[in-house]
Design a protein around this ligand. Structure first.
Ligand code: URA
Length: 439
């Protein structure tokens, strides 16, 4: 196998022989194919895609690059996970994992870091002082048995090829590709030994799939991979035409997730958490209808059981959260500034892509693979699409680590919000479509 020949074949729109493609991928893991060669290959896939057969090879090699947990075993409930294709302000996993555990599911959640302009669950969790996301599989298993949910990243033990490719795609603008997203998500999920899987496929300007058609194609590709391996998959197409909830930024999003677990938080965010937890219960066979799933999820939130699970999860993975303190003991930015409306009108747009890149420019995401993330910085929106404002009304607050960052953040936030004369702008519905495969 000659790496540059493999890259050239994909660059020119050709098809790779399965054996040669598998050798290229395993050689990369062994350090025999360089990062720059893999980056060029990923860009060729970004433009020319993968055939069904090539996608199958990619999923298999990624899945078997680490250990694969077999379904079954003596678990107290169905093993079910939820994974998002990535959005801005998407902190759903922090709520849904403990909530689903409280409802009686076992949630072995393997997440990622920020990817492209979107945030990552691991970065959010690591804003909690002491929280360890790099734990051994043995400890992961112990946390899962004790708490009912556990949250880790790709490791050397499980899905290591995804860990390498994910970090490379993050900084080479090779994220929004249907086969690359499919292989990345499904290789991790197939390794978890699941009974059911819920995919939150984001649609809109803040998502990797801007149109419903592309999001549908991605959902079908992932559901197909799951069905071929006997896992019940529910893909839910959800809105990402504006940030999800109010908070964008790692520690800020943990605070919003806790507010939701305590019974508050933005309404649309809370409703989506309930919906996805209900879908998980259905996919895992815990309930026989979505309605039943919703009422169990609402009950687990209202009774405080979801929050109690979250606290136990944080403690079991070494984190220190202080619910008695207003800031929960999470790091806070030294500088903040409210941005106000400069005119009268109705908010007709909030650009999630601009805010996602804005967060990176504040230091809350990565520009290169080795960057440290500043957990303190971000934005807290005070308006949604459809909110009426008058001059001087707050539209959002910037949290920054430096004077320069604050000025940049104020500019980004001001430009991200469009105020129009006409009333009646409305966001996309929270849930746009559902695609299910029985497994
Ligand atoms: N989440 C993942 O795990 N991988 C992707 O490629 C996109 C979202």
């Amino acid at each position: 196998m000659i790496p540059q020949q493999v890259i050239a074949t994909k660059r020119d729109g050709g098809k790779l022989a399965p054996g040669e493609f598998a050798l290229f991928l395993t050689a990369y893991l062994k350090g025999q194919v360089a990062d720059e060669q893999m980056a060029a290959f990923l860009m060729a896939v970004q433009f020319n895609g993968l055939s069904t057969r090539e996608l199958d090879v990619l999923v298999k090699v990624m899945l078997h690059s680490g250990r694969v947990i077999q379904p079954g075993g003596d678990w107290p409930g169905p093993r079910v996970d939820k994974h998002s294709t990535g959005g801005v302000g998407d902190k759903v996993s922090l709520v849904v994992a403990p909530l689903a555990a409280e409802m009686g599911m076992v949630v072995p959640m393997m997440s990622g870091r920020g990817l492209g302009h979107t945030g990552g669950t691991l970065d959010k969790l690591e804003s909690i002082p002491g929280f360890e996301t790099r734990i051994s599989l043995a400890r992961f298993d112990r946390v899962l048995r004790k708490v009912g949910c556990a949250m880790i990243g790709q490791t050397d033990e499980i899905a290591p090829l995804d860990r390498r490719l994910y970090a490379l795609r993050d900084v080479t603008a090779t994220v929004p590709s249907i086969p690359l997203i499919t292989a990345s998500i499904m290789s991790k999920k197939l390794a978890e030994g699941l009974d059911g899987l819920v995919l939150d496929v984001k649609v809109g300007r803040g998502a990797f799939m801007a149109s419903v058609e592309d999001a549908r194609a991605l959902a079908r590709a992932m559901a197909g991979v799951g069905a071929a391996r006997g896992i019940a998959v529910a893909a839910v197409l959800t809105a990402m035409d504006q940030p999800l909830g109010s908070a964008i930024g790692n520690a800020l999003e943990v605070r919003e997730a806790v507010a939701c677990l305590e019974g508050g938080g933005p309404e649309r965010f809370r409703a989506l958490c309930v919906e996805l937890a209900a879908e998980m219960a259905l996919a895992g066979g815990l309930v026989s209808s979505l309605g039943e799933g919703r009422s169990r999820a609402e009950g687990a939130l209202a009774g405080g059981g979801g929050m109690e699970r979250f606290e136990r999860l944080v403690a079991a993975q070494g984190g220190k959260l202080d619910p008695a303190r207003g800031d929960l003991g999470l790091p806070s930015a030294p500088l903040f500034k409210t941005v106000s409306a400069d005119r009268d009108g109705c908010v007709s747009g909030i650009d999630p892509l601009a805010l996602g890149y804005g967060l990176i420019s504040l230091g809350g995401g990565r520009k290169s693979q080795d960057d440290e993330v500043d957990p303190r910085v971000g934005f807290v929106m005070k308006v949604e699409i459809g909110t009426r404002v008058a001059p001087g009304d707050p539209i959002g607050v910037v949290h920054a680590g430096s004077v320069d960052g604050l000025a940049r953040g104020v500019r980004v936030l001001g430009e991200a919000v469009t105020i129009s004369d006409e009333d009646g702008a409305s966001p996309l519905p929270g849930v746009l479509e559902r695609i299910r495969s029985p497994g």
